[in-house]
Design a binder for this molecule. Structure first.
Ligand SMILES: [Zn+2]
Length: 195
């Protein structure tokens, strides 16, 4: 088995994933979110779609066995193992604007969005192409009556993971999330393994 790669706190990376390979995203310390985006490696206009994936699943919380669809309704990833069962696919990657608007930071961190933008640039992916991410381990609690939601501490504990299988050749962007609320106010690393 390949060894795990560490993504340092508040950073991100990008890499290729070949059809049939698996990607395991691991929370080594617990309560740490990781934003995942993927693009079709041979046509960057095809990208994961929150709207299509949630629509076709008829639920908000995807887990083992669920496909993740593209904007063209092709399956890009399948979730094959999940030790947590709670992830978010509604909210955008945290960004300078997130920290300015929600946290009122005067000198905001670039967030997952800026980290993804930097990591994906060498692959030819520009910032406007970055979609809603599949937010591994992010715990968004929704009130059924009003739809109001709060971002709560992740349910993941040290060593928990979610494993995906690639259903086409992909460019992957992956972060250790930079937002205070999402990570129970402590920034930790993320690990991943390609096999
Ligand atoms: Zn983030």
């Amino acid at each position: 088995m390949n060894s795990a790669v560490t993504i340092p706190p508040r950073s991100g990376t990008a890499f290729r994933l070949t059809k049939g390979q698996s990607l395991t995203v691991i929370d080594p310390e617990g309560e740490q979110v990781s934003d995942l985006v993927v693009f079709n490696a041979s046509d960057l206009g095809e990208v994961i779609s929150s709207g299509r994936s949630l629509d076709y699943a008829s639920k908000l919380y995807l887990t083992t066995g669920d496909p993740i669809y593209s904007n063209r309704s092709n399956v890009m990833l399948t979730i094959v193992e999940d030790t947590v069962g709670r992830h978010d696919f509604l909210l955008t990657p945290c960004s300078r604007d997130t920290f300015r608007i929600i946290y009122h930071d005067e000198d905001p961190h670039q967030g997952c969005f800026g980290n993804l933008e930097a990591a994906l640039a060498p692959f030819g992916v520009g910032p406007d192409a970055i979609p809603i991410a599949f937010n591994c381990f992010m715990n968004v609690v929704i009130q059924p009556e009003t739809g109001a939601f709060t971002v709560e501490a992740p349910l993941s504990r040290a060593g928990d993971y979610i494993k995906f299988q690639a259903e086409m050749d992909l460019i992957v962007g992956l972060t250790a999330c930079s937002a205070l609320q999402s990570n129970n106010y402590a920034f930790k690393p993320i690990e991943y393994r390609v096999a």
